[in-house]
Design a protein around this ligand. Structure first.
Ligand code: AMP
Length: 212
């Protein structure tokens, strides 16, 4: 099973597709956003520092992110994994290539800004990692405000507001072109249109994973 790197704007469904890949193929899901939010929740000094950066939609420094990802990858040695949220800069991508063998495929989940804004406005998340969307029938929780999986209360992420979203989306676009070119030149890039239903997207991703 090939390791997967997701490149995607906020709210493109990385988390949802990662959960499906986890269930169907046993992938380990590594979300750098989740790792940072766990650090914030722990109340550590580092958590407090990154919270200020994340809440306004900016990127955390490459050095810190590379440290975090190196530790995580060392811990799961040998098991197939999905990187969700890393790399976000060319520097991160280059360091990742030093860590990984050639054993990965890059999946770019394509979603335009207007559709992403709609998703952000309706998004609710659970601390177990599952995401919901009140603007999408497929993604509404069965009971309002409660996680279908674990029964915990759903919350709105502090950075899921239109102001922070615009900074996050623009950061994404600024950094993505260079990443897309980098992986395209390496013949690693697969583009998937995510303005479709979850199963169709998952089928496309499964085919990419199966063919490689
Ligand atoms: P996400 O959950 O992937 O949308 O990430 C939430 C926030 O965490 C981002 O807006 C960034 O502030 C930060 N972050 C996550 N991954 C990275 C990364 N690879 N490089 C820099 N900042 C990151």
């Amino acid at each position: 099973m090939r390791n997967i790197i997701f490149i995607a704007p906020p709210a493109a469904g990385k988390g949802t597709q990662s959960n499906l890949l986890k269930e169907h193929f046993g992938y380990i899901h590594i979300s750098t956003g989740d790792l940072l939010r766990a650090e914030i929740a722990s109340g550590s000094k580092l958590g407090m520092e990154v919270k200020n950066i994340i809440d306004i939609g900016n990127l955390v420094s490459d050095d810190l992110m590379i440290d975090i990802i190196q530790n995580k990858l060392t811990g799961i040695k040998g098991k197939p994994f999905i990187l969700d949220g890393f790399p976000r800069t060319l520097n991160q991508a280059k360091v990742l290539d030093e860590i990984l063998d050639d054993d990965y495929e890059v999946i770019y989940l394509e979603l335009d800004k207007e559709d992403a804004i709609k998703r952000i406005e309706g998004r609710l998340t659970c601390s177990c990692g599952k995401s919901y969307n009140l603007n999408d029938e497929e993604l509404k929780p069965k009971v309002t405000g409660i996680c279908d999986n674990c029964g915990k209360k759903l919350v709105k992420r502090d950075d899921d507001n239109v102001e922070a979203f615009i900074i996050r989306y623009d950061n994404f676009l600024n950094n993505t072109k260079v990443l897309v070119d980098y992986y395209n030149n390496k013949n690693k890039l697969h583009i998937v249109d995510v303005n479709r239903n979850i199963n169709d997207i998952f089928n496309d991703i499964s085919r990419i994973v199966a063919n490689d």
